[in-house]
Design a binder for this molecule. Sequence first.
Ligand SMILES: *Cc1c(COP(=O)(O)O)cnc(C)c1O
Ligand code: SF4
Length: 460
Amino acid sequence: MPSQSVVAIAKENLIPSASREDFNALESQPNFGEQRFKVYTAKQLDQIPQLNLLTEQQRFDMKVVANVLPFRVNEYVINELIDWSNIPEDPIYQLTFPQREMLAPELFDRVAKAMNEEDKDTLNQVIREVRGALNPHPAGQMEHNIPTLDNEIVQGVQHKYRETVLFFPSSGQVCHSYCTFCFRWAQFVGDKDLKIAARESGQLQSYLRAHPEVTDVLVTGGDPLVMKTKNLRAYLEPLLSPEFDHIRTIRIGSKALTFWPQRFVTDNDADDLLRLFEEVQAAGKHLALMAHYNHWRELEPAIAREAIKRVRSTGAQIRAQGPLLAHINDDAGVWARLWQTQVELGIIPYYMFVERDTGARHYFEVPLIKAWKIYQEAMQQVSGIARTARGPSMSSHPGKIEIQGVTEINGEKVIALRMIQGRNPDWVQKPFFASYDESATWLNHLKPAFGKDKFFFEES
Ligand SMILES: *Cc1c(COP(=O)(O)O)cnc(C)c1O
Ligand code: SF4
């Protein structure tokens, strides 16, 4: 349930549907019809007609979970992406609609009881406590990575890896729909202290001026493409001036190609967005749309493909990344088809992530060894062209750690790992080993192999 302020930001920035006149002007395009952006939040669950397929009890269960984890889904997702003849198993339904088992039974019962019996204040207190129990800020997001300039915190910026600065524009902290597994969920559920957001782009520019070692700016959220183009332009255009020549790549992290492809096709500032992409490249920089995909089904609708085509026509590159998740895509065939389809549509597979240790992770988590097997089997089904996704990768405190596989060294069964991004640049690409452990789902479950008591990055 987003806070008032987040809702207000969303209202102000979400793009109204293209008017009939705008639409008629785009004569050369296939006819996608006029589409209005209509979104449902937790309070409006009962207004989603398709949920009448559920029992009263199932709808109540959904409301319990939606009280804790973010819920927001738009009509395009409901009508075009979810196969309602296949719920609850449908992967896009699992991706967007809360399920009872996403909360551990004791947490579920606490919230359910409070909803049935308690006054609003007590309910809100219970919800806060339950959220607090779900590790809202994994990998030290709040304490670490927050840079300073002249001894002051730079709002809305995270700088963990030398080359790349993350920027969270304050008006891009929602998404066109929410993913049930989102590791950024704490940003959406309305606790102002928890929200990481930028005051304005001036601070970002000052920081980048002082940091010539930074080559990449990754604009992220939420989803920065919920912003109108003119707002996004206000952040990006200043970075095109010569003083920011050290910024070679601008990345935009987004799931709009899945959740609202109209953003690139029929929204009334869609063309302007594409012009902005062109301008970034005309200034000599690489523009990468870091697209979040979880399932090949997201690539099926004609408008999703048209959106990809239009982005590609600007010269921007689309790179795809997403986590491996139980109930959604823990299947090698799904990944092989996802990667193969991406390649055919001109998208470069980039990362397969391990689900992070936050929120509903117990529901979605896949043991590291099983994750690697899925990755390996998927790789074996595609040609080298589609084998560009690194992973499975854990975004942990020391860095991004890739599971390379299971092997045996001097009779000891071990997991081979590699640090593909490191808090310390000297760590990048270092291989290392952990003891074999079939049930481990995250780095903190792993023990160094060969009787060592520390991994190399834990030594001081
Ligand atoms: C993944 C990530 C990046 C980008 O890493 P690349 O390997 O260059 O894609 C930057 N900052 C943070 C905090 C990240 O997690
Ligand atoms: S699109 Fe990304 S930021 Fe938005 S809810 Fe999904 S995972 Fe979270």
